[in-house]
Ligand binder design. Structure first.
Ligand code: MSP
Length: 643
């Protein structure tokens, strides 16, 4: 029987975001919670998706020469693949370009306008014309556009605004009366003291400077500005204000919106106010988790410290990554991703504690009983502690999960894992095996270990689904519901187990770290954008015209003695010939150049290089590393002007 309904959401991701281990975190955590609720008997709905509108995406697509939708479709497929890889079991994936979403958002906007919560005015701010973007004073960098660095100007644009201030007092009251609404607690105070109490400004909710967005239905030159569009996804996905709103009726209000702390403000201020204005119930909780940092800083492409979840999964398996994210990051606070710690934790908790427990137990069963599970008929007092701990564990895990304390929930499971390892040391099955009279006791000890492992397999299934599946396969148990760990007798005597296989092979830390470093370097190299030399200070056309560029033809060419880099060229230049010394010997053999047309600076003051006269300079393009090409003007009469 269902314990009730449970609706959990992740933020919808920008397709422009470069998906790294940091933003994978929100979704992995939401997945573990959703799976847990399903396992423990809640009728659960888990929503994720993508936030596909806005100027940034329009611009990226333009640069790539495709439509925004064409560009986004490819990225969204990639995001879905990543979720598959991370074992994310969502119930619905919403895209804000989905038709039902767009239509519902238009209706929401119109309703808010009709009832006077949205009004038309002007947006005034600092505007960067080339970037077509408004910025606030605080966003400017040295008074210039933070994106392109160019000067900004004060500009006005017609825009719609949402009367946030009208609802501020009601929201403050609501937050104070519902202590669980914003979690963790510290973030609640930040929202109240930094944003709500000082007074809310009305929010600009439309734009006219780009068109990749949902048009305002009654004023089509405006598109709905991203947050009204994006936040509505939590109800449009359920069918709110649509023909079939069964899911909405069933699941709204959400039990928890799980979001990163950077977007908590939008979810705890703008979103509840929108819902109040629409006369809808507010979500029961918005949980703002912390930031995943790498060695103390944010991940960024330019720093080259982005941790790629795909590389980690390919090298260590999905559950090693899930375990680290769910266990090592205090839920609600910032945490650090560190490759060495990650490998060490995988070895210690997964390979040693859990993997070994499973492996040793199955190996002993094979050795002493040919793999056949014995009935637990020879109980001793020493078993009680283990059994009691196992029986109490599910309740403790559930209590931790109710408080969204994910690392602590895993700790409860690992307490049983470690206690079981200790039980092996205490009971010493290898000693029991030496005495035929203790055979029955040996069978009981192994039964208890297998039963403990069954408890672990069931409890760990929401966090590490693959591991749980592998364990149940080796233990030949069915992964039934949470109720199956209510009593310590689910393992069936007489079942014959096969030979086990290690579920987490031990990792050689040094070797793997080196491999990871090589992969990272290769990735950086592949992504490297060649750095362009800075442009020299501006010149006028008159300055340029002082330089006389002409076509010439190579008649003869030979190396300059004792100068590795230099070639001596005899050039046809109109009716004259000229001698030019050029530093291109590393790139061209003399015979390759004879007969070629080149461009020379014809009015450069002659100089002597290595005792040879050079009357001009050959123009060439080079990457300043290993490539150089002499500019080839084609077969024009020599002396022709180049400009
Ligand atoms: N599109 C908005 C959300 C709209 S919800 C109505 C957005 N998208 S995002 O792609 O930038 O971020 C998605 C999630 O990843 C957010 O929860 C964000 O906080 C989270 N993270 C991004 N980088 C992160 C870390 N380094 N660490 C942890 N979470 C991080 O915001």
């Amino acid at each position: 029987m269902s314990k009730g309904n449970y609706y959990i959401t992740t933020p919808i991701y920008y397709p422009s975001a470069n998906l790294h281990i940091g933003n994978t975190y929100t979704t992995v955590a939401a997945d573990a919670i959703a799976r847990f609720k399903k396992t423990t008997g809640y009728d659960t709905f888990f929503l994720t998706g993508t936030d596909e509108h806005g100027q940034k995406l329009q611009r990226i697509a333009e640069e790539k020469g495709v439509t925004p939708k064409e560009y986004i479709d490819v990225v969204v497929d990639g995001i879905k693949d990543l979720w598959k890889l991370m074992n994310i079991d969502y119930d619905k994936f919403i895209r804000t370009t989905d038709d039902y979403h767009k239509k519902t958002v238009q209706r929401i906007f119109k309703q808010l306008y009709d009832q006077g919560d949205i009004y038309k005015d002007h947006y005034e701010g600092r505007y960067c014309t080339p970037c077509e973007s408004f910025w606030t004073e605080t966003q400017l960098v040295n008074g210039n556009c933070p994106d392109c660095g160019r000067p900004v100007e004060t500009a006005r644009e017609e825009a719609y605004f949402f009367k946030m201030s009208k609802y501020a007092d009601r929201l403050i009251e609501y937050i104070e009366a519902n202590p669980d609404f914003i979690q963790p607690e510290s973030r609640k105070n930040e929202m109240l003291n930094n944003f709500l109490r000082p007074g809310l400004q009305d929010l600009c909710v439309s734009r006219t400077t780009f068109d990749w967005g949902i048009p305002v239905s009654f004023d089509e030159k405006h598109v709905i500005y991203v947050w009204v569009d994006a936040l509505s996804n939590y109800i449009t996905a359920l069918g709110y204000d649509q023909d079939n709103d069964e899911l909405y009726q069933k699941y709204w209000p959400a039990n928890v919106h799980l979001v990163g702390k950077d977007i908590l403000r939008f979810h705890t201020i703008y979103w509840p106010i929108m819902l109040m204005a629409l006369g809808l119930e507010l979500p029961k909780q918005v949980f703002g988790h912390g930031w995943l940092l790498v060695d103390g800083g944010k991940m960024s492409k330019s720093k080259g410290n982005v941790v790629d979840p795909v590389v980690l999964v390919e090298n260590f398996g999905v559950d090693a990554v899930r375990y680290y994210l769910l266990h090592e990051i205090p839920f609600g606070q910032d945490g650090i991703f560190n490759s060495e710690l990650f490998i060490k934790k995988t070895n210690a908790d997964l390979a040693n504690d859990l993997g070994n427990l499973l492996n040793r137990t199955i190996a002993m069963l094979n050795k002493y009983f040919d793999g056949e599970i014995q009935p637990p008929t020879a109980k001793e007092d020493i078993d009680d502690e283990l059994i009691k701990l196992a029986l109490e564990a599910p309740g403790k895990v559930e209590a931790r999960m109710d408080a969204l304390k994910l690392p602590e929930a895993l700790d409860e499971i690992w307490t049983l894992v470690r206690r079981s390892n200790k039980y092996i040391d205490e009971t010493m099955p290898w000693i029991l095996a030496k005495d035929e009279a203790k055979k029955e006791r040996l069978g009981t000890v192994l039964y208890n270990l297998i039963e403990s492992l069954r408890f672990v397999a069931v409890m760990v299934s929401s966090f590490l689904p693959d591991t749980s599946a592998k364990m149940s396969e080796q233990l030949k148990i069915e992964l039934t519901s949470w109720d199956s760990v209510a009593s310590f007798d689910g393992t069936k005597a007489g079942t014959k187990l096969g030979v086990g296989e290690p579920i987490f092979p031990r990792i050689d830390v040094e070797k793997k770290l080196e491999e990871l470093e090589k992969i990272r370097e290769a990735q950086i190299k592949a992504n490297e954008v060649p750095q362009m030399e800075p442009i020299k200070p501006e010149i006028t056309i008159e300055d340029f015209e002082k330089i006389d560029l002409r076509v010439a033809k190579v008649l003869e060419c030979e190396p300059v003695k004792k100068a590795k880099k230099l070639l001596k060229l005899k050039l046809e230049f109109g009716t004259e010939t000229r001698q030019v010394i050029s530093g291109i010997a590393q790139y061209y053999k003399p015979e390759d150049l004879v007969g070629k047309y080149v461009v020379i600076v014809a009015n450069l003051k002659p100089v002597k290089l290595r005792g040879e006269l050079s009357e001009g300079m050959i123009i060439a393009a080079s990457d300043d590393k290993d490539k150089l090409f002499v500019v080839n003007p084609g077969e024009l009469p020599t002396g022709s002007v180049v400009r």
